[in-house]
Design a protein around this ligand. Sequence first.
Ligand code: ATP
Ligand code: MG
Length: 251
Amino acid sequence: MLRVEGLSKEFRNARGRSAKMVQAVKNLSFQCKPGEIYGLLGPNGAGKTTTLRCLSTLIKPTSGNVFIDQYNVLEHGQIFRSKIGFLTSDMKLDGYFTPDYMMDWFGKLNKMQTSEIDERKEKLFVDLKMTDFIHKKIDQLSTGMKQKTAVAISLIHDPDVIIFDEPTNGLDIVTSKAVTDFLVSRAGAGKIVIISTHNMTIAEKLCHRFGILVEGELKEEGTLSDIIEGSSWDNLEDVFFSYILPGGDHV
Ligand SMILES: Nc1ncnc2c1ncn2[C@@H]1O[C@H](COP(=O)(O)OP(=O)(O)OP(=O)(O)O)[C@@H](O)[C@H]1O
Ligand SMILES: [Mg+2]
């Protein structure tokens, strides 16, 4: 079980002599259980990436905490990192190396044995349909091929919690389907999957539960039926717009 409890993150943006505080995430709480895919939705600047970076130990919350079973992110950062696979659009892959080489390198960073790395590589390369390009230099790969490589690298250590920030961004529908099918299979194997996305169609198809984040605040939380229950909408996109479009019921 993953629990986010009262998570807040403030950034101090220095401007000249003054410092302006940005409250990127405000008192966020939600839970995900094994086998569940949780979708974090929200407009640009809503705080999705900041939340996912806090969950992944890349930045420290200003207040609040995150728990995976009995471990918490403030005290057990290293255990968290071993349990989490994080994919971000910022991931820079060195163009000189091949996917195969990068997987070996990240496997060793995760203190995996060579035989274990080989076994994981074989599975991930087949599942993600990567076998045609694993020995090409990353510089020579298309956007989708690079994204699949980033997905495979983030999962080399077979993490219990998969956190993907906009995993289908920039992908064609075939590659996007390969990635989302893969996430469904991982959830089916009992992993916790948390994604952020701007794509409501993918979110509705893929996610069991959702959080709608606006200006750092969680406005709605739950299954699709929890969210639309009692409202005049029957789909996620309309509920989403009601929070962000001028004149929307919740604006
Ligand atoms: N390192 C940082 N320093 C200062 N402010 C930051 C930093 N990272 C994010 N912010 C601010 O925090 C807020 C939330 O940003 P965040 O990247 O989490 O949004 P997002 O929901 O991921 O948006 P997008 O959909 O555009 O990716 C924004 O106001 C952003 O400018
Ligand atoms: Mg983001």
